[in-house]
Design a protein around this ligand. Structure first.
Ligand SMILES: Cc1cc2nc3c(=O)[nH]c(=O)nc-3n(C[C@H](O)[C@H](O)[C@H](O)COP(=O)(O)OP(=O)(O)OC[C@H]3O[C@@H](n4cnc5c(N)ncnc54)[C@H](O)[C@@H]3O)c2cc1C
Length: 508
């Protein structure tokens, strides 16, 4: 059995190689207010004095801590925030919101700092960044089958803790360093999502600091409009989430990881086989198809079951695909598939997922996405994609993430049930390009991604995935028929647009 190994983070795996108005919500008077002390000092004209009043740790320009705090996953946008504040308590977050509002400074929450457009730095200069890394609680309730998670927790530590506490998990992305906050609020897709849903689908409750500086809980019964909006459109538009409650799922049974490579000349047939299989695939299997212009052609994923059943699970794929040139199948336990899909060695001690003393990776990159509805591309659509891609003299690569298929729980939820609208997709194509300070290459790659996006548009949809946010896209691509309701909820909860970034939900 071949050892599966790769570099850090699921989708970098192969780089190099391998309101509704009628909905009642809590009135401002009902919200938990700030302490009188904070309220008084928030009138100060000086941000430092205002933040210090709540005893928050802060970093201002010129300090070493400010410089390191500016480091986010994508180094493409060197924004200069007004300051960073590092709250560890909810009142400190409330204080930060009050200070920003009273001093007319933009505010941006940051969880894991993995926004593709660096929106956790505000997407512009001069904002107050509220770094939520101090919100690290993971409180598992075995009896209820739920977990309370602080907004600063990252996916690796969360999956590890849930595994150790009860062999349970939440469906979430493969990269261990991604933050729960941004991820859950925009969807959150990973290799158990076809079985358990998007991470946003399993949110039971959120605790939110609002634009007035109050704190509320939102769930199916309380502040239901805010709860609805937070599940798909929650990133810095309605408030700052300090804690999530998620439903958890049992993953104690064996899990099989698989990876099959094909030739460049077989890209058309591999996509075709992937689509046919994906439409029929059981919910226990989640998968992606990686493709690049130089011939990369790899079908990989996880099956929540033993390897002895894998042939049957993938039979429709292989009935339509070419023979693989390389393959790796590994039956293991759930946490080892987390290691593998996170780009870590399957032989590593799972404790590495805690990310202790870990140096977070950074990159220079641009990404786009486009959602392909069931039943997938026509043959002409596949051919257009393959021809356009193969003609590109670029380092871009493409990942077809299987969101849908008839068995996928993601598609059993109505598109208006939460703010996450993309319910009848087959897959999402992620288009990615990384470069190292080479502006010519960067410009060529960015132009190419635009070209291929335009070429496949007639065969796909005008939808795109908000967690792969791309400033070239209109909001309708991310929120579709849910956008008008989101605007109404925005007016209700944040009428003065305290929480905003270049692609936030607008007031009008
Ligand atoms: C290497 C890498 C791998 C990825 N893999 C996957 C994947 O497998 N599946 C997938 O679905 N996505 C994936 N993503 C995309 C990822 O889900 C999004 O980038 C997500 O927004 C990152 O969340 P974050 O908290 O790390 O980012 P941040 O940059 O901290 O936040 C993103 C946005 O959310 C806002 N925000 C953050 N926290 C809060 C909060 N508590 N309250 C309100 N707003 C908040 C920020 O202001 C910002 O606008 C990946 C991204 C990267 C860079």
């Amino acid at each position: 059995m071949e050892v599966i190994n790769s570099v850090m983070c699921g989708w970098i795996l192969f780089m190099g190689f391998l309101l509704h108005v009628s909905f009642a919500h809590q009135s401002v008077a009902d919200q938990v207010p700030f302490s009188p002390k904070t309220r008084k000092l928030a009138g100060a004209t000086d941000l430092a004095g205002c933040l210090v009043a709540a005893k928050s740790r802060v970093a201002f320009p010129g300090s070493p801590e400010y410089q390191s705090a500016r480091t986010v996953f994508n180094r493409r946008f060197p924004y200069s925030p007004a300051a960073f504040v590092f709250p560890t308590t909810v009142p400190q977050v409330q204080n930060a919101v009050v200070c920003a509002v009273q001093l007319r400074i933009g505010i941006s929450p940051r969880s894991g700092g993995h926004s593709y457009e660096d929106y956790s730095l505000g997407g512009r200069d001069g904002v107050l960044v509220v770094d939520l890394a101090g919100f690290k609680q993971i409180e598992y309730n075995r009896k209820a089958g739920t977990v309370k998670v602080g907004s600063g927790v990252r996916l690796g530590p969360l999956k590890l803790a849930l595994w150790n506490l009860g062999k349970v998990t939440v469906p979430a992305g493969n990269c261990p360093t991604v933050g729960v906050g941004g991820h859950a609020l925009g969807g959150g897709w990973g290799f158990t999502s076809r079985k358990f849903g998007m991470l946003s689908d399993i949110i039971i409750e959120v605790e939110v600091v609002t634009s007035t500086g109050g704190v509320v809980t939102a769930n199916a019964k309380k502040n239901a409009d805010l709860y609805w909006a937070m599940r798909g459109a929650g990133a810095n538009s309605f408030g700052i989430v300090t804690q999530f409650t998620f439903r958890v799922h049992d993953v104690s049974a064996p899990v099989t990881h698989f990876s099959f490579s094909f030739q460049k000349s077989q890209q058309f047939q591999t996509i075709k086989a992937y689509q046919i299989w994906g439409l029929a695939a059981g919910a226990e299997t989640s998968a992606s198809l990686y493709l690049d212009p130089s011939g990369g052609n790899n079908f990989y994923g996880t099956f929540l079951g033993p390897s002895s059943n894998l042939n049957g699970v993938l039979s429709i794929f292989f009935a339509n695909s070419p023979a693989p040139s390389n393959q790796a199948v590994l039956e293991t336990d759930y946490i080892h598939t987390v290691l593998i899909d996170g780009g870590l060695s399957q032989d590593a001690n799972p404790s590495v997922l805690n990310l202790d003393n870990y140096t977070y990776p950074t990159s220079l990159f641009k990404a786009k996405s486009i959602i392909v509805k069931a039943p997938g591309f026509s043959d002409a659509g596949i051919q257009t994609f393959v021809n356009t891609m193969q003609a590109g003299q670029v380092t871009s690569y493409f990942i077809f993430d299987l969101f849908g298929g008839s068995a996928s729980i993601v598609n059993t939820i109505a598109s208006g049930a939460t703010a996450w609208v993309h319910r009848n997709s087959l897959f999402n194509i992620q288009m990615l390009s990384y470069w190292q300070f080479n502006l010519d290459q960067a410009n060529a790659d960015i132009a190419f991604m635009g070209k291929i996006w335009n070429a496949v548009l007639p065969f796909a949809s005008l939808e795109a995935y908000q967690n792969y946010i791309d400033r070239d896209m209109p909001l309708s691509a991310y929120y579709g028929s849910n956008l008008n309701r989101l605007i109404t909820i925005k007016k209700s909860w944040d009428p003065t647009n305290v929480f905003n970034f270049p692609q936030s939900i607008p007031v009008n």
